[in-house]
Design a protein around this ligand. Structure first.
Ligand code: ZN
Length: 295
């Protein structure tokens, strides 16, 4: 694949990728409505290459092996839509689709920490908490494309557990996603409006910022503890804006991990920040076909 697209809920980004590097780049705000979104993606790709040989697309949701969306939680109108087919019709070339976190895991596998760590979970931190899973050197998608989606593991089973965007209570995402972190910050008297402001407050030593980052770390550690007891990973790789604050999150994360891990080595899993930065989705999108089937 020569062109990778990172289709997000707020922006669509596309790039021409050579040897794992984005050499040409274009982006546009995500419009409203299914047809407008599909047309915008096709137009963006054509602005980079009038006749693209092939395209890979990372999208904010899950697709089955045929490219049919289950649904996109933050972009209405895509349930049951075959996105590759729609884009092939507009572009006249093959299009491959994958969940964005799984695509980022592909990029990490080929160009980042995955060149050294055989088994890792890539965790995307942002509005939600997503994940892509690589086991023994192979990025796994599972039966329906949901493999590695750690955001909805249970971290609080009490009746007062926070409600998650998915409709359930006590999910990791309800505590470690942006809304959950801001809520704790507010309860402790903080005034931050986004995760960067929470992190800055924590760096200034403010109680509300420190408490919110600790609460986020604890939720991540509880969830990752259960996962570690199942998978025995080499590393957990964090990506997304909040990954820059890993040092602030790590103490509470590690403490919760130690509490949950049933054997000491499981709690010593390496925690690191993605080597791909903002380009992980675009680069990963260009790897969707070859890596997935190259076992
Ligand atoms: Zn949930």
């Amino acid at each position: 694949m020569s062109i990778g697209v990172d289709f997000g809920g707020t922006r669509i980004k596309a790039g021409v990728v050579r040897d794992g590097a984005v050499v040409a780049y274009a982006s546009v705000a995500t419009p409203k409505g299914r047809k407008a979104v599909l047309d915008a993606i096709a137009k963006l790709i054509k602005s980079l290459d009038k006749k693209p040989p092939s395209v890979g697309l990372a999208l904010p949701g899950e697709v089955d092996e045929q490219g049919v969306c289950w649904r996109l939680p933050n972009v209405p109108g895509f349930a049951g839509v075959n996105i590759p087919r729609e884009l092939t019709r507009r572009l006249g070339c093959p299009v491959a689709c994958e969940n964005d976190a799984t695509a980022a895991a592909l990029a990490e596998r080929v160009f980042g920490h995955g060149t050294r760590e055989r088994s890792f979970l890539l965790v995307t931190l942002g509005t939600g908490v997503g994940g892509g899973l690589c086991i023994d050197g192979v990025v796994r998608r599972g039966r329906h494309g949901f493999a590695g989606e750690i955001g909805h593991v249970l971290v609080d089973s009490s009746p007062s557990a926070l409600k998650c965007g998915c409709g359930a209570r006590g999910c990791m995402e309800a505590y470690a996603g942006t809304a959950g972190v801001l809520r704790v910050n507010r309860e402790l008297g903080g005034k931050a409006c986004n995760l960067e402001q929470v992190a800055l407050a924590a760096r200034r030593g403010e109680k509300a910022g420190l408490g919110a980052m600790a609460s986020m770390g604890k939720a991540l550690g509880l969830g990752l503890g259960s996962l570690q007891n199942t998978l025995d990973l080499d590393a957990v790789v964090f990506s997304g804006g909040a990954s820059a604050s890993l040092d602030l999150i790590e103490p509470a994360l590690r403490a919760a991990l130690r509490e949950r891990a049933f054997a000491a080595p499981l709690a010593q899993v390496r925690l690191c920040v993605s080597a791909l930065g903002q380009d992980a989705g675009i680069v990963g999108a260009t790897l969707i076909g070859p890596v997935r089937y190259n076992e």
